[in-house]
Design a protein around this ligand. Structure first.
Ligand SMILES: Cc1cc2nc3c(=O)[nH]c(=O)nc-3n(C[C@H](O)[C@H](O)[C@H](O)COP(=O)(O)OP(=O)(O)OC[C@H]3O[C@@H](n4cnc5c(N)ncnc54)[C@H](O)[C@@H]3O)c2cc1C
Length: 354
């Protein structure tokens, strides 16, 4: 998110900007992500963002100018309950009205899309062919390289330790290497945003949740072009990764996930596990993004709380942060994602969370 904001700031003519990264670029949750991008959401704003971000990922080689391994093989949501069927049918209607090429798939048709799935307990599925996935780190480096070439400064291995506030305004950031004077601070520290925001007296309600993914050896015998397939009720998902598969879920060990995964895709039981890793989701109270700018302290902007779908929203949200920081008219109205929704007692739940 930070690299995207940096890129869009430079595109809007602001190169007097510093990106602070305490480790290395793309070392946070983004590097652990499955890289999925989709327009199959329930929230209208997420659908619109998804449509636009997919187009920007399609054009990434031209702008900012990087190869990101785009695999547009669709997303397939497998549904097993009547209540999820009802919710996804309503989402489909909204998606289609907004121009998403998503459609209902009968249980009999599921195996035409992914052979080898256990489908006898399904009530149906939804599929959208323009969804897919990319390589997240390649996107971060693409944005950062273009921003650097346009004059932005990127400092790696340097923590922001405190947001300095005076008389209700941001006036600087203290870092491990000294203070930077600035009237605008954009907080994109992922799941660590909460602790940094607290240094400015602000509560940003994000909670971490550890998520695991594993990578199989080759030999699954499935087609190369598989959609990113999600068993919505259990959270088990997989996609093609090299000659093997990447798979993950809500379960916190392979012993827990294994039976769930093989129950849906039996070939997984025969495949060796090559490696795996875990990363952190940054969950918000309603599983939807937290994006906006604060009036107290003035000059503090934030984007976090993406609850498992933050990587793919980078293009639109990064651009929005740049527009807010430079006081330009926003391309997308993301005001419904502002923190104030909770103070007003409201929430904006996203149902299609993986
Ligand atoms: C297993 C897994 C699978 C996922 N799959 C998907 C997916 O398929 N599609 C999708 O859209 N999303 C997915 N996500 C969610 C996605 O990874 C996140 O929502 C997204 O990457 C958040 O991006 P970010 O830039 O806000 O945070 P991060 O990528 O975490 O970046 C924050 C950066 O801030 C740095 N930082 C933190 N504190 C400081 C400090 N004090 N000073 C300086 N730097 C600091 C960190 O080092 C880090 O590099 C997945 C997440 C996980 C864990």
């Amino acid at each position: 998110m930070g690299a995207s904001a940096l890129f869009y700031l430079t595109r809007l003519g602001c190169s007097d900007v510093v990106l602070l990264e305490r480790e290395t670029l793309a070392s946070g949750s983004t590097s652990k992500a499955a890289g999925g991008m989709r327009a199959q959401f329930s929230d209208e704003l997420n659908i619109r963002i998804g449509l636009e971000c997919i187009q920007r990922f399609e054009r990434f080689a031209e702008e900012p100018g990087a190869e990101i391994d785009l695999k547009q093989w669709g997303y397939l949501f497998l549904l097993t309950s009547a209540s999820d069927r009802k919710a996804f049918e309503a989402s489909l209607e909204l998606q289609r009205a907004l121009g998403v090429p998503s459609r209902w798939v009968s249980p009999a048709e599921v195996n035409d899309i992914v052979p080898g799935l256990v489908s006898d307990d399904l009530v149906g599925a939804t599929f959208s062919p323009s969804d897919g996935y990319v390589t997240p780190e390649a996107c971060v480096h693409g944005y950062a390289t273009a921003a650097g070439a346009a004059g932005a400064t990127i400092v790696q291995g340097c923590s922001a330790t405190r947001i300095v506030v005076e008389h209700g305004r941001c006036v600087g950031v203290e870092t491990a290497r000294g203070r930077i004077a600035t009237e605008r601070v954009i907080l994109t520290a992922g799941v660590w945003t909460r602790e940094l925001a607290a240094t400015a007296g602000v509560n940003i309600p994000v909670e971490s949740e550890r998520r695991y993914v594993w990578f199989t050896e080759p030999g699954d015998g499935l087609p190369e072009e598989l959609p990113l397939t999600i068993d919505f009720e259990t959270g088990f998902y997989f996609h093609r990764e090299g000659r093997g598969l990447l798979f993950g879920g809500r379960q916190t060990s392979i012993d827990e996930l294994g039976p769930v995964a093989a129950g849906r895709l039996p070939v997984l039981a025969d495949l060796g596990i090559r490696t795996g890793w875990s990363g952190l989701y940054e969950n918000s109270p309603d599983h939807n993004a937290l994006v906006g700018s604060l009036s107290d302290p003035a000059g503090l902007l934030y984007a976090t709380g993406f609850s498992g779908h933050g990587f793919q929203q980078g293009p639109v949200v990064g651009e929005h942060l740049a527009e807010l920081a430079l006081e330009r008219a926003p391309t997308f109205d993301l005001a419904p994602f502002a923190l104030e929704r909770f103070a007003r007692g409201g929430a904006r739940p996203e149902h299609n969370v993986v």
